[in-house]
Design a protein around this ligand. Structure first.
Ligand code: PEP
Ligand code: MN
Length: 264
């Protein structure tokens, strides 16, 4: 217990307010960062076409899953390395920074070389070996909250990365498991003020995985920004029928445009 307290204090009491940056983008709530893109990269053409439109709409970072942590081993697992290469190509074409989810320590080299932000998914928040290894890099890490994690556990996972040398961390609230079954998860917006009271780390909100349903995404994006979040991450497709995963929660470009203009 004593040891946990000490580690916790290290993060909580930290006074260093160094801004977390991805290229020229600064994660602070004065200008919320918009991360958008497909849940899963499905094809080169789809991704490139979507990426060009997203750039025009004015998003800040392009997302796209290449390796997907699916609940069922029988579900599509993502295009893997091929998908990641398409995302890298989309970055070259649009100039947008990119973010993608990492699964294991042996992928770190490729991710460090090619992506701007490495995403650690909800299911890997407790993968301490991965967190320690990411701590040895200097890449910005997006650390999603485990769907059954307390704030304390989440911050301690961040601390695994920090303790190993990398303090470029952005936290992401993505909904937690509750007794409610109508929505995929329950968006815990209290996370934003609570995390800000305990830590200097920026926090963004992912209403797509929290809600699981497209009609909830827009109001929750606005609520997230109102709560003081430093950004949002949204699953979007040009043509929703192209979504190979998480179709029900995917919004279209028109909705994304409206969200961005309302935020501004
Ligand atoms: C994702 O953002 O692609 C994802 C799988 O989310 P989570 O880890 O929050 O389930
Ligand atoms: Mn998804």
């Amino acid at each position: 217990m004593e040891e946990i307290k000490q580690t916790t204090n290290y993060l909580y009491s930290r006074k260093n307010m160094k801004p977390i940056q991805v290229g020229d983008l600064i994660f602070d709530s004065s200008k919320p960062i918009i991360i958008a893109g497909p849940c899963t990269i499905s094809s080169r053409d789809n991704l490139l076409e979507l990426a060009v439109e997203l750039k025009e709409i004015g998003i800040d970072i392009l997302r796209g899953g290449a390796y997907k942590p699916r609940t069922s081993p029988y579900s599509f697992q993502g295009l893997g390395d091929t998908g990641l290469n398409y995302l890298i190509e989309a970055k070259k074409v649009t100039g947008l920074p990119i973010i993608s989810e990492i699964m294991s320590v042996d992928q770190i080299e490729k991710y460090v070389e090619n992506v701007d932000v490495i995403q650690v998914g909800s299911r890997n928040m407790y993968n301490y070996e991965l967190l320690k290894a990411l701590g040895k890099t200097r890449k910005p890490i997006l650390l999603k909250r485990g769907f059954s994690s307390t704030y304390e556990e989440w911050l301690l996972s961040a601390e695994y990365i920090i303790k190993n040398g990398n303090d470029n961390i952005i936290l992401c609230e993505r909904g937690i498991r509750t007794f409610e079954t109508e929505t995929r998860n329950t968006l815990d917006l209290q996370a934003v003020p609570v995390i800000k009271s305990k830590s200097y780390l920026p926090i963004i909100v992912d209403p797509s995985h929290a809600s699981g349903q497209a009609y909830i995404v827009e109001p929750m994006c606005l609520a997230a920004i109102a709560s003081g979040a430093d950004g949002i991450m949204i699953e979007v497709e040009k043509n929703i029928s192209n979504a190979v995963c998480d179709k029900e929660q995917t919004i279209n470009l028109e909705t994304l445009k409206r969200i961005i203009s309302k935020i501004k």
